[in-house]
Structures are given as C-alpha cells and as structure tokens.
Write a protein that binds this ligand. Sequence first.
Ligand code: BJW
Ligand code: ZN
Length: 254
Amino acid sequence: MTNISNILIEKLRDATKVAVLTGAGISAESGVPTFRGKDGWWKKHRPEELATHEAFSRDPELVWEWYQYRRDLVLKIEPNPGHYALVEMEKHISEFTMITQNVDGLHRRAGSSAPIELHGNIMLTKCVSCSKDYSNKNHSKENYPDLIKIDPSNIPKCTCGGLLRPGVVWFGEMLPEKAMEDAQRASAQSEVFFSIGTSAIVYPAAYYPLSAKNNGAYLVEINIDSTPLTPDCDLFLQGKSGDIIPEIVNEVWD
Ligand code: BJW
Ligand code: ZN
C-alpha cells in the first residue's frame, strides 16, 4: 500500500477541478515500451532518427517501419487498471481534464470521455505536404483494423503527391492549438493536478504541472522514479501508476 496523504484525500473529496497529465509510463503496464526507460524506444533508436520531419524526409521507410510496428502493438494490447481508475475518478469530479502525451489511444479505449491528445494519435494518417487527413476517425478498437495499413516499402501518396505520414507530433512541430489552449486553461484552473508516468522533460507538456502549481494547485506526481518535476511537487507517490491510481480512487470514493 502506498502512503496516500490525508491532505490529498481531503483535497480530492472537496475538489471540483482536477487535471491529469499522463505520459508513456501509464501505458507501460499494458506492454507499451516507454521512450526513455530501461527498455525505452530511445535506447534502440535516437529520437532525431525517427521522430522528426527531417528523419521522415531522409528515410520515410525506416520511420514507417517503426510506426507500423507500434500500430500493430497497440492493436494487441488493452488499457490497464491505471487507465480505468482515471475513468472512475472522472465520474466524481465535475470539471475533470485528462491531458495525455501518449499517442496510443488507451485513455479513450478505457472510457475517458474527452482526452486531450497533445501529441496526436498513432492511428491517424495525414499527408506530409498538405496535411489532408486520410484517417479512419473512429478510435474504437474494433475499427482499428479498418485503418490504412501502410507498407513501408510502398508508402501511399496524397492526391497532391505528398507521402502519407502518421498523425503524431514530432520534435520541432507545433502541437494542435486547441489542445494546447485547453490543456493550459485546465492546468491553470485546477485545484489538484496529477503528473503521471512522464519524465516531464518534453515541452510544452512539461510546463502544465508547473503552471498548475504556480496558480495554486496541489501538485501530485506518480512515477516509479523521481523526475526533474519531483522537487516542485507537494506529494510524490513512488510506484506503478496501475497500483497507485486505483488505491487513491478506492481510498477517496469507496
Ligand atoms: C512509470 C511506469 C509505471 C515507467 N508507472 N511511471 C532543443 C532542440 C529541439 C527542440 C527543443 C529543444 N529544446 C526544447 C525543444 C522543444 C521540444 C522539447 O521539449 N525537447 C526536449 C526534449 C528538450 N519540444 C518540441 O519540439 C514540441 N514542439 C514544440 O515545442 O513546438 C514549438 C516549436 C516549433 C518549431 C521549432 C521549435 C519549437 C513537440 C514535442 C513532440 C514530442 N513527440 C514525441 C513523439 C510523439 C510521437 C510518437 O509517439 O512517436 O512524444 S517524443 C516522446 O516524448 C513522445 C512522448 O509523448 C514524449 C514524452 O515522453 P514521456 O511520455 O514522458 O515518456 P518517457 O519515456 O520520457 O518517460 C516515461 C516515464 O514513466 C519515466 O519517468 C518512468 O520513470 C515512468 N514510468 N513505468 C509510473 N508503471
Ligand atoms: Zn497532400
């Protein structure tokens, strides 16, 4: 059992505005490798080789091999107790905002009503030149197989001639404007803010917990390891999100 402080329990019982930022760590227990962890993607591939526009221009086949591998993986896995406990939390908080850096769609599949997907969704497909959307918009798992399956050695082209690319946000690219506005507003207005399973080093996402704190929120971090954000937190709960979030929800609302 984690030592969930009485302060957090009382704050959550009274709270009407709660915001949550998640990162790859919350999906680790579903079987998705993190980026910077021991078995993370970046131990095998440098980000600048794979998650930039330059990388795609240089070697689109390599980039699509990586994304198609990850799409296939996402189809095989399921949300875990951490995702489901956040769905439960949402039912008790009148203004609950779910912000995620993850592109795996697992919050939506677990039942979160309107997750803000800051870095897009790995199942989306768009044109690299004109951004025309080639996605199947239905994110339900049943519909994933209807998505365009990309053969990396024969990448389809848009009517404008541009290659199709995954609908995610690469380094050096702007995040969707509305997602950023909504995330910033919810963070600044929150009474309790959770940073869960993120190394908290990629911006602008890493700014939201600090913005919450600067505007008076009680800042809670849930992570198996400390991060650069930990010293700024009011409460650091060390451990797996799939254990700790359900414990919090059971403690506060059972
Ligand atoms: C557990 C757990 C368990 C494990 N339970 N916990 C210098 C050069 C170039 C750019 C910049 C620069 N300085 C700043 C920038 C900006 C840049 C940036 O922030 N870089 C930093 C690295 C310094 N940001 C951007 O470029 C962003 N855009 C932008 O700023 O636009 C404005 C602009 C325009 C033009 C020019 C310049 C700026 C875009 C960022 C996009 C990030 N994209 C990626 C890939 C997305 C697509 C894909 O998935 O392929 O997003 S990178 C990758 O990192 C991915 C993630 O969403 C993101 C965050 O990673 P996350 O989720 O935190 O994962 P990890 O692995 O780092 O951490 C996992 C954590 O979980 C760990 O702490 C574990 O301990 C923990 N954990 N198991 C609980 N069971
Ligand atoms: Zn196009």
